[in-house]
Write a protein that binds this ligand. Sequence first.
Ligand code: NAD
Ligand code: ZN
Length: 348
Amino acid sequence: VSEHHVDHRGGQTRIIVDPGASSDLASYAALAAPDHRPVAIIDANVARLYPDLLPSVARLIVPAGEAHKSRDSWAALTDHLLEMECDRQTLIIAIGGGVTTDLAGFVAATFLRGVPWIAVPTTTLGMCDAAIGGKTGVDTASGKNLVGAFHQPRAVIADPNFLATLPDAVYRDGLAESVKHAAIFDEDDFAWLDAQVDAILARDPEVLAELVAASCQIKATMVTEDEHESGIRAILNAGHTIGHALEHASDYLIGHGQAVAFGLIEEAVIGESMGVTATGTAEALGTLLAKFGFDTTMPPSVDESRYRAALRSDKKNRNGKVRAVLLRRIGAVARQQDGSWTWEIVAR
Ligand SMILES: NC(=O)c1ccc[n+]([C@@H]2O[C@H](COP(=O)([O-])OP(=O)(O)OC[C@H]3O[C@@H](n4cnc5c(N)ncnc54)[C@H](O)[C@@H]3O)[C@@H](O)[C@H]2O)c1
Ligand SMILES: [Zn+2]
């Protein structure tokens, strides 16, 4: 009943959002890549919690955690595939959070110069954000996501039932990107989120299916219009100029979602003071984000000077000026007259 199909890239990537879909992964795999032999690359916690997933499929386990989104993991996985004599008829099935789908997607992008893959996100962030859009890659000592490739999955199968076993902090942190998607693109979705806060926090699977489908739809629309990130896809960076600076200044002790939540609010405050963002936008964001349990003020532990230094080194900056995506109001981003999606801002 609650199966959602999200149109993405003219049907080249199928996105299915359906509580229970994970019991049907083998048929989705056969549909997505007929005549291919599936190999699952699975997050260790997911493999432990869901031992019955894809019983007859070879599985490679990725240890949990961002530290394993690495070139070492990529090397180990590709070596295993070679030892297993996998060929170009291999289909990679990535099952886990953003760490696993980024890593396994990059394996798929590079193994034998590219084999098809499908993404089975199992976290809020994975379903609402990371698994959509075809960005794959690994971290390096110099920074996150610096080595990677664009490689679209054939299908994204999101089963909200996976979210039941997520630790609370991980579950909530991913919701910030959903709020962001609604804030940049869909006022009705924003109002819907506000009305459904209790059901969302209670992890009602039907409500989660709607939340994930709405979020995927917005991200998929951006990506379809701008697959390689030259234009409108930039608006997905709303909240991220301030958010990244905060994460950096906290040595990544602050979760990404918490950082983005604060970034959305703070960028709206700045936008309002510039007369770009409608009055009341920051307050609306703060009210909703607080209901989801996010802190809406700058954490006292963050070092001001490191925060400012991190802002100055943001990759969106031009001519040494800090730039950010600014909302016009809830549900719409402000575009400059020259077509640019970012604005020069002065941090408070
Ligand atoms: N490719 C993109 O466009 C994109 C976008 C946003 C984020 N990302 C990437 O996503 C990554 C973060 O993803 P994440 O937040 O999903 O983190 P994650 O993959 O590290 O998962 C978080 C934790 O949850 C556990 N877990 C996963 N599913 C579970 C389940 N169903 N039940 C219980 N535990 C479960 C994992 O083992 C891990 O400990 C970052 O590396 C980020 O760069 C990528
Ligand atoms: Zn983000």
